[in-house]
Design a protein around this ligand. Structure first.
Ligand code: HEM
Length: 131
């Protein structure tokens, strides 16, 4: 997987650190006003913003600062307690999709970001039949 991504410049190399920091800023600006998502997050979103930005930088080929600060991501475990259902998933993806599209980057880069977000969000969502 890593090898495949290395075959050409990583998204981190193509888009740069500032892109990911800015993307997370825009995403959380959406979360801040969202009645479904806002209650799941802490009152102060400073650390939340930082953690997600570091995670994305690391995932898309940049420095592994997220792991150094937070340890292994274990996303499924870290999200379990939020009981994410379809409504939360859709709201999260809507804000992230808007944030990604707001940059007007190359379609292939947008696609790579959005397909990762949608498959990961699906992985973190509990079955709708369990509620
Ligand atoms: C499906 C809808 C999702 C919801 C409702 C959700 C919600 C949350 C919440 C409430 C937190 C805790 C924030 C905090 O305590 O500061 C969090 C943390 C985090 N989320 Fe999500 N999330 C979702 C999807 C995703 C996806 C798709 C990714 C991967 C790109 C992701 C990556 C992260 C990361 C890296 C953290 C920080 C973990 C840490 O170091 O504590 N989340 N998320």
């Amino acid at each position: 997987m890593q090898g495949r991504r290395r075959a050409r410049a990583s998204l981190y190399e193509r888009l740069g650190e500032d892109f990911f920091v800015g993307l997370v800023e825009r995403f959380y600006d959406g979360v801040e006003g969202d009645p479904v998502l806002r209650p799941l997050y802490p009152a102060d979103l400073t650390a939340s913003r930082r953690h997600l930005a570091l995670f994305l930088v690391q995932y898309f080929g940049g420095p592994a600062s997220y792991n150094a600060l937070r340890g292994h991501p274990r996303l499924r475990m870290r999200h379990f307690r939020f009981g994410i259902g379809p409504a939360e998933r859709d709201a999260w993806l809507r804000h992230m999709t808007e944030a990604v599209r707001s940059y007007g980057r190359e379609p292939a880069d947008e696609e790579e970001l959005l397909s990762y977000f949608s498959s990961t969000a699906a992985m973190l969502t509990s079955s709708p039949t369990t509620t």
